[in-house]
Structures are given as structure tokens and as C-alpha cells.
Design a protein around this ligand. Structure first.
Ligand code: HEM
Ligand code: HEM
Length: 188
């Protein structure tokens, strides 16, 4: 399990640095995690935009979500260190304690997902599994449409919160987490 990093030195800069020199950067997100992340975001966006209008595309975007998540779950067991669930999944107590630290303004820094980001990842993945599976169930049972709709919108509501979390964590630790999810590197 990842432990927090001592950020007394790293977090103290008032001027954000453009990009840490190569020697100070470390590869955190492997290519599959990055492909999964942006593929998932695009597939969910397509499913959201096509419901009702383009049902065929909507269904295929949903199947893509199922495929990506199935592969991510396997990768979460056999993948490299920071991709593993055992590296970032915490219990409710540790997650709540970390949320309090965020509100107090000085949460510990993690190289992999911090406990709040990890909880968001787990809830998003769980919500998307439930959304996509109830979507498939609508094909044989029209009564499932309302349930699919409620679960879909409840899950989609988490996305702005996810983005807020990324912005807040990037500011608190003075680093660009979005760039990390694109090129795989973070500051040591
Ligand atoms: C439908 C939209 C999205 C979904 C469903 C989603 C879902 C997720 C999931 C499941 C993870 C965990 C990744 C893993 O461990 O494999 C994650 C992490 C992350 N996401 Fe998203 N995401 C979405 C959109 C975005 C967008 C638009 C951005 C940025 C502009 C973003 C930035 C990030 C970052 C920076 C992380 C890593 C956080 C960290 O450093 O711990 N996400 N997201
Ligand atoms: C993560 C994947 C998915 C997301 C985010 C999603 C999202 C949505 C949303 C927001 C609606 C709108 C409900 C409404 O306002 O009426 C909807 C409707 C629907 N979805 Fe999905 N969905 C997903 C996957 C699927 C899958 C895999 C299928 C089937 C294979 C499916 C089949 C349907 C059907 C039949 C409707 C009802 C359309 C209607 O009201 O006429 N969805 N979905």
C-alpha cells in the first residue's frame, strides 16, 4: 500500500513550476491505466449524448464501458504497483479522515491515488457497472428503463465532483494531475 509522501519540501513552493526535470519525475500511471481512463471518459460521454437519439451507438458505448471496466478490474489485480487496488483502496475510516484533512487544507500527498481519489474511482466504477448492466437489462425488460435512468443520472452526478476533486488536489499539492493522467508522470 502506498504511504503518504513527506511534502514539507515539495509542497512549499509559492510559484508553480512548469515541469519538473526528468530526474525529479517518476512514472506513476502505466499506459493501460491512461488508455482506460480516457477511453472510459469518451465512452461515458458518448453514452450520455446519444441516449434516445442514437440508441444503437448508445448501446455500443455502454458495452465499451463494460469491456474497459472488466479489463481494469483484472489490471487492478495483476497490473503494476499504482494500478493495483491493493495500492489505493482504503476503508471508510481512512477515507473520512483524509477528507477532513482536505478541508483543513493540508492533506498528505500520495504518488498513486490519494484515499479520496481512490474512493471516487471505486464509486464511479461501481456506478458505471450498475448503469451499464441495467442498460443491458432494458433490452429484455422495458420496465428496467426507469431504473437504468435513475442509476445513470446518479452516477453521472459524480463526474463534476470527480473533476472538482482533481482541481482541488492539483492546487493543494501544486501539481498538474491531469497532465499526469496524460503522460503518466508525476513529481517525485
Ligand atoms: C466520464 C468522465 C470520467 C470518468 C468516468 C472518470 C473516471 C476516473 C477513474 C475511474 C479514475 C481512476 C483511474 C484508475 O485508477 O484506473 C480517474 C482518475 C483520474 N481522473 Fe477521471 N474520469 C472522468 C473524466 C475526467 C476528466 C475530464 C479529467 C480531467 C480533465 C479527469 C482527470 C482524472 C485524473 C487527474 C485522475 C487521477 C487522479 C489521481 O491523480 O489520483 N477525469 N477518473
Ligand atoms: C455507462 C453506460 C451507460 C450510460 C452512462 C447510460 C446512460 C443513459 C441515460 C442518461 C439514459 C437516459 C434516460 C432517459 O432520460 O430516458 C439512458 C437510457 C437508455 N439506455 Fe443507457 N446508459 C448506459 C449504458 C446502456 C447500455 C449498455 C444499454 C443497452 C445495451 C442501454 C440502454 C438504454 C435504453 C434502452 C435507454 C432508454 C431510452 C429511452 O428512454 O427511450 N444503456 N441511458
Amino acid at each position: 500500500m502506498t504511504s503518504p509522501i513527506d511534502t514539507a519540501a515539495a509542497g512549499g513552493d509559492l510559484i508553480p513550476r512548469p515541469l519538473a526535470p526528468a530526474a525529479e519525475r517518476v512514472r506513476v500511471w502505466d499506459p493501460f491505466v491512461r488508455f482506460f481512463h480516457w477511453g472510459l471518459a469518451v465512452a461515458v460521454l458518448i453514452a450520455f449524448l446519444t441516449e434516445d437519439e442514437l440508441q444503437g451507438l448508445h448501446d455500443w458505448a455502454g458495452y465499451t464501458v463494460i469491456g474497459l471496466i472488466a479489463a481494469r478490474i483484472l489490471w487492478g489485480v495483476i497490473g503494476p504497483r499504482h494500478a493495483r487496488f491493493s495500492d489505493f483502496v482504503r476503508g471508510p475510516r481512512a477515507t473520512l479522515a483524509y477528507l477532513k484533512d482536505i478541508l483543513r487544507g493540508h492533506p498528505a500527498r500520495y504518488l498513486g491515488h490519494n484515499p479520496a481519489g481512490a474512493a471516487m474511482a471505486v464509486v464511479l466504477i461501481g456506478g458505471l457497472i450498475a448503469t451499464a448492466l441495467t442498460g443491458v437489462a432494458t433490452l429484455s425488460n422495458e420496465g428496467m428503463e426507469d431504473i437504468h435512468e435513475v442509476i445513470a443520472y446518479a452516477t453521472l452526478c459524480l463526474i463534476p465532483l470527480h473533476l472538482l476533486g482533481v482541481v482541488v488536489a492539483s492546487r493543494q499539492h501544486d501539481e498538474n494531475l491531469v497532465r499526469g493522467m496524460i503522460d503518466g508522470y508525476k513529481r517525485k
